[in-house]
Write a protein that binds this ligand. Structure first.
Ligand code: LAN
Length: 729
């Protein structure tokens, strides 16, 4: 039973929610009136997502005992989660707890009410994800309570209308006080507190917009930072330099008395001396002395910045922000930057301003409903990424041969075709060429991701080469694939320590020494791009597929790129045979990608000692029940840490890795397959067992479609190697 139900919290009627989806994959939730909801039926995937109780899953069949039987049942289930019109698999891409606050403060600042039903469901989500023991919140939903998470969770509940004497608030406040009170927030927390007008700007380390006006040649220029950090600090610069704050009202006055320790008072806190005062529990990555010195000088400068300079900097950085709006259909890269950008636009243009209105209209794109309630997600979805894996896995596991599964592939393919970028970014927005590539979610969001492009490219080639889909071959032209390839080739890093690798969104543009200036305190590796082994693996896969399909297209260049990438991957392998994964949990995730990439250039168990070492590592982690299970703790500690019990996703990743490279330990593999099959419910469903993804070494994020997709892939590979024999005890 959900905690919100246990304590009798109000909820909306799940049957009245509808999910609107555009052909470009934009998702927005609407709560209909009772009459309207009776007129329009709810789609199956919404019933599933909200657990309304009347989801018509496939007919359960407890007699299935072959891998192929399980694959078909699993695919039958998964198909129902696809929106037939757009081809996407909408899902609540949840985990981070620091995103809803921006959405709420942006509304509060602009004085605009939330849509119907949202408040009730946002409250439910926060309450359902509070820590079961102390009632606080962490950085992500499976974390221990932190000052950052608890402050933001508490304030969000209060802004959403929960009274301070509600038992949930009383408990959370107690935890917040035990963590030192709101004064102990890390940088991003302090910024939000200051914008809400419950903390003073003197107590926030500066992020001046002037940085943008420096010459680009300087390695420090924000245009060289990691795209997310850059996109956040651009509007933050405006918000902070202008000391933007919500108008004081009763709630704000009350919050000022609630979030600090009982013996502290909002008016007497020495804000300046609290700039670097961060709760020990939160402090993953304490900032450096260099940053302290830089902050010291920047804050002196800020105090004396002349008005004319401020106006000039406002204009200068707002011009760049407007370009970011235009490049992303007003979404900006993700919800943190979006909330700050909406506030900056409101300040610069007012609520009648054209850019403000357009940006505000996008506020609900990342808000997603689920059975636990509503939450602001890490991005506006995972549409492209999921579509690409669906295609690949439906084809590789043989499902695409069967007529009843072909529509799923077709729809996902057409989604990818529609969502390839076909315009360039505005001049002067510090963005690279993007025509021909794909992002993680939608075309509208507009940010090229190296591996998303490569996985999409690979999927498209797979469909075009498959006889069942010959009628769709011309939905995309060869030239459009060449565009993608050109950009992938250009994304390979050539610097000395990362030679041959691929980063996430762009080529590495500045030294990692910039990490010394990372002000965030709760995330590592956010200042610049880094080489990522998974991104490199996917790039290898995209390029090898392309190279086989188009052997005459720049073969020498592609072969050289592949060779360098493979050398990078081999060089990045740890002594014990493992690879550290940055975007999934953790070693298991990276091992799967790495071994598939190595296999695509014909390295396998027999001919490669690196592969054998990797297989030994994986086998050494198999649990007595035949499965695998890695905990997200290892992401922080950079070591393999077991989770409590075997998980279908982790087991699939390990099996895929072993099967890809022909690991000969049939017995071990078969035990894993057996566990995977046993975990499937008779109607084809696999249940959630633990967080699958992560970012910046500290934050967990769920990928709800992984538990359907990767088991299908593992089972499909098993059949290829060992046939479709029944697997009994
Ligand atoms: C994602 C999600 C997808 C992910 C993969 C494609 C899986 C990866 O291989 C490349 C990086 C990428 C695109 C990625 C980057 C960082 C994101 C956007 C996220 C983990 C989802 C949320 C996160 C974003 C930065 C959250 C906001 C927080 C900050 C620290 C800025």
């Amino acid at each position: 039973m959900l905690y919100s139900e246990e304590i009798g919290l109000e909820r909306t009627d799940p049957k009245r929610w509808r999910l609107h989806i555009t052909p470009l994959g934009r998702t927005t939730w609407e709560y209909l009136s009772k009459e309207d909801s009776e007129k329009s039926p709810q789609s199956e995937y919404v019933k599933y997502l909200l657990e309304t109780g009347d989801f018509n899953g496939p007919k359960p069949d407890p007699t299935i005992n072959t891998p192929l039987g399980k694959i078909k049942k699993g695919a039958e289930f998964f198909q129902l989660l696809q929106d037939p019109d757009s081809g996407i698999f909408p899902n609540q891409y949840k985990g981070p707890t620091f995103l809803t606050i921006g959405y709420l403060i942006a509304h509060y600042y602009a004085k605009i009410e939330l849509p119907d039903g949202y408040k009730t469901e946002l409250i439910r989500f926060i309450v359902n994800n509070s820590h079961p023991v102390d009632g606080g919140w962490g950085l992500h939903t499976e974390d221990k309570s932190t000052c950052f998470g608890t402050t933001l969770g508490y304030i969000a509940l209060r802004m959403l209308g929960m009274p301070a004497d509600h038992p949930v608030c009383v408990k959370a406040r107690k935890t917040l006080h035990s963590l030192g009170g709101a004064r102990k927030n890390p940088h991003w927390g302090k910024i939000w507190l200051a914008v809400l007008n419950v903390y003073k700007w003197e107590g926030v380390n500066p992020a001046p917009p002037e940085l943008w006006a420096m010459p680009y040649a300087l390695p420090l220029h924000p245009g060289r930072w990691w795209v997310h950090t850059r996109a956040i600090y651009l509007p933050v610069g405006i918000v902070q330099a202008n000391r933007i704050q919500c108008e004081e009202d009763d709630l704000i006055r009350q919050l000022r008395t609630e979030i600090y320790l009982p013996n502290e008072s909002y008016d007497t806190i020495d804000y300046e001396n609290n700039r670097n005062n961060v709760c020990g529990v939160d402090l993953y990555y304490p900032h450096t002395k260099i940053l302290d010195v830089a902050n010291y000088f920047m804050s002196i400068y800020e105090k004396h910045r002349p008005k004319w300079m401020l106006n000039r900097m406002n204009k200068y950085s707002y011009d760049i922000l407007v370009k970011e709006f235009e490049n992303t259909e007003y979404l900006t890269i993700a919800p943190v930057s979006h909330a700050f950008a909406v506030i900056a636009a409101c300040f610069m243009e007012g609520t009648e301003g054209k850019n403000f209105k357009k940006a505000f209209a996008r506020a609900n794109d990342s808000v997603f409903h689920g059975n636990q309630g509503m939450v602001v997600m890490g991005t506006n979805g995972s549409q492209t990424w999921d579509a690409a894996f669906t295609i690949q896995i439906f084809i590789s596991s043989g499902l695409a041969e069967l007529p009843q599964f072909q529509k799923t592939v077709e729809r996902a393919y057409l989604y990818l075709v529609r969502n390839q970028f076909d315009t360039e970014c505005r001049e002067g927005s510090f963005r690279e060429k993007r025509i021909g590539t794909w992002g993680f979610s939608t075309k509208e969001q507009g940010y090229t991701v190296s591996d998303c492009t490569s996985e999409a490219l690979k999927s498209i080639i797979m469909v075009r080469e498959h006889p069942a889909f010959s009628h769709l071959r011309d939905a995309i032209k060869d030239e459009s694939l060449y565009d993608a390839v050109e950009i992938i080739l250009g994304l390979q890093n050539v610097g000395s320590f990362e030679y041959g690798s691929f980063a996430s969104y762009e080529k590495i543009k500045a030294t990692t020494l910039l990490e010394h200036l990372n002000p965030a305190e709760v995330f590592n590796n956010i200042m610049v791009e880094y080489p990522y082994v998974e991104c490199t693996d996917s790039s290898v896969l995209g390029l090898t597929y392309f190279h086989h399909a188009y052997p005459h297209y720049k073969p020498a260049k592609i072969e050289k790129t592949l060779q360098d990438a493979i050398d990078y991957i081999l060089g990045a392998q740890d002594e014990d045979g493992s690879w550290y994964g940055s975007w999934g949990v953790c070693y298991t995730y990276a091992m799967m990608f790495a071994l598939e990439a190595l296999n695509s250039v014909d390295l396998d168990y027999l001919n490669s000692s690196a592969v054998r070492k990797a297989c030994d590592f994986i086998l050494s982690k198999q649990l007595p029940d035949g499965g695998w299970s890695e905990s997200m703790k290892g992401c922080e500690t950079h070591s393999y840490v077991n989770a409590e019990a075997s998980q279908a996703v982790q087991t699939s990743w390990s099996l895929i890795a072993l099967l890809m490279v022909g690991c000969p330990d049939h017995k071990a593999i078969k035990r894993g397959i057996k566990l995977l099959m046993d975990k499937q419910a008779p109607n084809g469903q696999w249940s959630y067992e633990g967080v699958e993804g992560q970012f910046n070494h500290s934050c967990g994020i769920e990928y709800p479609n992984y538990r359907y997709l990767f088991p299908l892939k593992a089972l499909g590979l098993y059949i290829k190697h060992y046939g479709d024999e029944p697997i009994e005890n």
